[in-house]
Design a protein around this ligand. Sequence first.
Ligand code: SF4
Ligand code: SF4
Length: 244
Amino acid sequence: MPKSFLIDTSRCTACRGCQIACKEWHELPANKTTQYHWGSHQNPQDLNPYNYKLVRFSEHLEDGVVRWNFFPDQCRHCEVPPCKELGDVYIDGAILKDEKTGAVIFTEKTKGFTKEQAGEVRDACPYNIPRRNDETGLMSKCTMCNERIHAGMPPACVKACPTGTMNFGDREEMLALGKQRLELLKKKWPKAMLADPDDVNVIYLLIDEPAKYHDHAVAEANVGPMSKKQFLATLTRPFKAMKA
Ligand code: SF4
Ligand code: SF4
């Protein structure tokens, strides 16, 4: 049965345990960063080839009160992933979907994308997730810790989370938990919502408007996951005639 995450942002304290656990499990090197340099405690400033996971900080003023919203950003493992739809056009099998777990995996074959093609694959993602390592050409992002799941273990970020923000399990179980938590949170936070639950396997529970978390907290209305036919119909490049 496909797996899903429920990321309950109402419980996130921005401890960044998930972010560090992800780096440790994947043996990703540190980024050189400067804290406070750009007016936020968010660190690093953006996803990059060495950060598959990033706790985003969003600060805003509401009725004279400063509010901080935290958003542990990562690949959504889309039900119909547009990154794979386009990637297959350039190099078949460079991006895989494990139908057993639902994980969308970027392979070593992504090194074969030109810089322009990699940019288009990133643009195809409704959540602005994949990043290219300009030194190696490899594109990368969250793997769902697929190897851990096949070995009966939870993803590293879920295992490390001490607050109950990060939840993982069978899709139906996560959807049910999301609906149950939503019902409860709506009493205090009427704007609470589940972000794109029908389209993705990483479901965020938000208690505020999506824009108050992150520009790509939900898919743009015109870029969401779509069928291959629909997706190719949106392209204007020469390969459309060859592959459509
Ligand atoms: S979130 Fe982006 S990178 Fe992840 S599966 Fe969906 S389209 Fe691909
Ligand atoms: S599932 Fe694994 S790869 Fe994805 S963000 Fe969590 S720790 Fe990182």
